[in-house]
Design a protein around this ligand. Structure first.
Ligand SMILES: [Mn+2]
Length: 310
């Protein structure tokens, strides 16, 4: 089976329709399908930000039902589940509805309606999405294939890949093992900066943890391994990362992730790792990788639509 792996769509139905068309998918019997039987694999973060929240979810669901796609869970679906479900052991929602969490989820809530039957139904569907997909010759997760967390999650997945309900509920308890596993897989590798050091993120919020390019074996220090706004890099110390952190491809199996909002011409991170998120949620392109069974990834396999205005 050959696969088209697709990065974070974030409610951009126009870009999704254009990309599926460019990849050769056509609507037949109500769902996009590929005439040669290829399958689309979505990396999660279908929702939040864009104008077509329901449209994107509907397109992907119909493809999954038709057998022409599969999708994993991104941090935005994980958040949406916690936002939508009440804590069975407490008075609040699993992810308390603070002002900032409502703001992050605004496009989705406005288009779907908060606590409507449709909202509840979509949340139930998000909970069916597997946190990872291992197809033997390729692997997908939203942000970081961290082997220990992968084992934790595999043990909690049912035959369809969905997480066990008790595990999912426990994943909203900060510092629990289920929480840590989903944090790592859907949000990536975060490292605390040395005492007294911080930087400003894209929203000018002060941060004391950096996200690192876990796939980059050439990076070794806080300054060169961090994913930070370029203007902030000089604030980070030119010191080696803690010795327990090893960066580089996690295995010999090609691994695809989204999440990282890269810029520039889409390119592989190394022969075994490709990040497919280039900020389609706002003005970036929606990016796919056309995989035909190769064990060494190549820049020639990227297909994208919509681009950042210059
Ligand atoms: Mn994400």
């Amino acid at each position: 089976m050959d696969y088209d792996i697709i990065g974070d769509v974030h409610g951009q139905d126009g870009k999704l329709v254009a990309l599926l068309g460019k990849l050769g998918y056509r609507i037949k019997g109500g769902a996009y399908r590929h005439p040669q039987g290829r399958m689309a694999l979505f990396l999660g973060d279908l929702i939040d930000r864009g104008p077509g929240q329901l449209e994107v979810v509907t397109i992907v669901r119909r493809m999954i039902e038709a057998g022409s796609a599969r999708s994993i869970m991104g941090n935005h679906e994980w958040n949406a589940i916690g936002f939508g479900l009440r804590d069975p052991e407490g008075p609040d929602f699993l992810r308390p509805r603070t002002e900032s969490k409502i703001r992050e989820h605004k496009a989705f809530l406005e288009q779907v309606g908060m606590d409507t039957p449709l909202h509840e139904e979509l949340v139930a569907w998000f909970a069916t999405l597997p946190p990872l997909l291992d197809l033997g010759d390729l692997r997908l997760c939203h942000a970081w294939w961290e082997p220990g967390s992968v084992d934790t999650l595999r043990a909690a997945m049912n035959g369809d890949g969905a997480l066990d309900e008790a595990f999912l509920v426990a994943s909203y308890r900060k510092r629990s093992l289920p929480w840590q596993a989903l944090e790592r897989l859907t949000k990536g590798c975060e490292i605390r900066l040395p005492e007294g050091v911080s930087f400003l993120d894209h929203n000018d919020i002060k941060r004391k943890d950096i996200r690192v390019r876990w796939w980059d074996a050439a990076a070794s220090g806080y300054r060169d391994a961090a994913l930070v706004p370029e203007g902030q890099r000089d604030r980070l110390p030119d010191l080696p990362l803690p010795s327990e952190i090893t960066l580089g491809a996690v295995s010999e199996v090609p691994t695809f992730v989204g999440h990282y909002w890269l810029s520039g011409e889409p390119a592989i991170q190394n022969a075994k790792t490709a990040v497919l998120d280039y900020g389609a949620g706002l003005d970036g392109p929606l990016v796919a990788y056309r995989w035909n069974g190769e064990s060494e990834l190549s820049n020639a396999a990227f297909v994208s639509v919509g681009s950042r205005p210059m």
